[in-house]
Design a protein around this ligand. Structure first.
Ligand SMILES: Cc1cc2nc3c(=O)[nH]c(=O)nc-3n(C[C@H](O)[C@H](O)[C@H](O)COP(=O)(O)O)c2cc1C
Length: 394
């Protein structure tokens, strides 16, 4: 019933008048309060809140912003996972959520350094989470001391307010020069996180196909696609209210939503407009990849030492630096996290990805980030919740 009204609407005519009335008063504009974090905090703000205000701009899976900071200890920031903000269907081991703690930590460290403070990051001081689990123990306790004068600022800090993940097709007429890969790699400072990259035509085609085929698995598995559907925020009102998730502000979904035809309870039906748009978007992103970069960590060594979760955090820190360097170079980096996901239906693509990128199974080395690279025009930032929402009060 709902879908029928949507299709009639997409065809124009009958519902147009009612829809116009429903949308009356809605602005086309993106809600500005959802983007205010990108203006950065004022210079006079308290050091810890100033640093946290930069850290919440970090990339993170599905823009869940899964961070809670405890500021009750003076001169320290203790980071916990916000367990209300997990992605259990697509990220059943919570690996991407932990990688997203790393991006936050690296931003925090860059911000503290900008204010002349050298950070010390103590990971999992009360022990690491088990595989398939996160709990309330801290991910990191960050403290700092004044850097010896003159403080060495990191130029990557200057990219924090500019960085974004562009989720559009890339310009296929513009190749990524091989030397750009080297320039990206120099941003990485942790020898424990391995970098790989390719712009070779033959390899590109194989990896584009792997991206698209693995995306189809996520999109055609009801419980994994529903995780995204339920996090989709359509139109200025929803975007402004949630300030997280997947923001959609184009007119067709907004129109569908306005007449109650954006179904949040079922996967988009095969052949429907929503289905075609969803599939088309993922295929376009995959097919216009102009290169790929990936980050990996040695598995056996970390498993033996009980440091798998620390490795995930370190990969997140490295990814943050990589994307900031890319921003400085005018290059886009877009994670394509489907094939590296651990849910059972993805298994054959997960295995193929590890063979394609590393020539070894995940039991030896784990792909932590797999991203396409290329060029496009600058896109809009994604929303962030207000800083106070990240501060733990109890
Ligand atoms: C661990 C991780 C995994 C991600 N995986 C994907 C992905 O599979 N597809 C995608 O479109 N974006 C992915 N992203 C990018 C996030 O969606 C993006 O960072 C988030 O929406 C916030 O937007 P921003 O980076 O523009 O600030 C990932 C980011 C991280 C840190």
């Amino acid at each position: 019933m709902q879908r029928r009204s949507f299709i009639r609407l997409a065809g124009g005519g009958v519902i147009a008048a009612a829809t116009a009335a429903t949308l009356a008063g809605c602005s086309d504009a993106y809600p500005t309060q959802a983007l205010e974090a990108w203006r950065g905090p004022g210079p006079q703000a308290d050091l810890r809140r100033w640093a946290v205000a930069h850290a919440i701009l970090a990339p993170n899976s599905h823009n869940r912003q899964p961070w809670l900071v405890d500021l009750r200890e003076p001169d320290a920031i203790t980071l916990h996972v916000d367990r209300e903000r997990l992605l259990p269907m697509t990220d059943p081991c919570f690996r991407q959520i932990i990688v997203s703690q790393g991006t936050f930590i690296e931003s925090l460290v860059l911000a503290l350094r900008e204010r002349g403070q050298e950070a010390r990051v103590q990971l999992f001081a009360q022990g690491e989470f088990k595989p398939h689990a996160v709990d309330d123990r801290p991910v990191a306790r960050v403290t700092w001391t004044a850097a010896e004068a003159p403080a060495t600022k990191d130029p990557l800090f200057g990219q924090l307010l500019r960085r974004h993940t562009a989720k559009v097709d890339y310009d296929t007429s513009r190749a990524v020069p091989p030397q750009t890969l080297q320039a990206l790699q120099t941003a990485l400072t942790d020898p424990g996180v391995r970098f790989g990259a390719t712009v070779e035509t033959a390899r590109l085609e194989t990896l584009r196909t792997l991206c698209w085929e693995s995306a189809r698995v996520e999109l055609l598995t009801p419980r994994t696609v529903m995780e995204s559907v339920q996090l989709t925020r359509v139109g200025p009102d929803e975007i402004g209210r949630h300030r997280d998730g997947i923001s959609v502000n184009s007119w067709l979904p907004r129109l569908a939503n306005a007449v109650g035809a954006f179904d949040r309870t079922n996967p988009p039906a095969e052949g429907s407009t929503a289905y075609k748009q969803m599939m088309g978007r993922f295929e376009g992103h995959s097919r216009t990849a102009m290169g790929f970069v990936w980050l990996s960590t040695p598995t056996a060594q970390h498993t033996a030492a009980g440091t798998m979760r620390s490795a995930e955090v370190q990969a997140g820190r490295a990814y943050m630096r990589l994307q900031l360097r890319a921003t400085a170079l005018g290059l886009q980096v877009h994670p394509m996290s489907q094939a590296p996901q651990e849910f059972p239906e993805m298994k054959s693509w997960y295995d193929q990805l590890h063979q394609q990128l590393l020539g070894k199974p995940a039991t030896e080395e784990t792909v932590q980030m797999f991203c396409r690279i290329g060029y496009c025009t600058e896109q809009q930032h994604t929303p962030r919740r207000p800083v106070e929402g990240f501060v733990r009060t109890a």
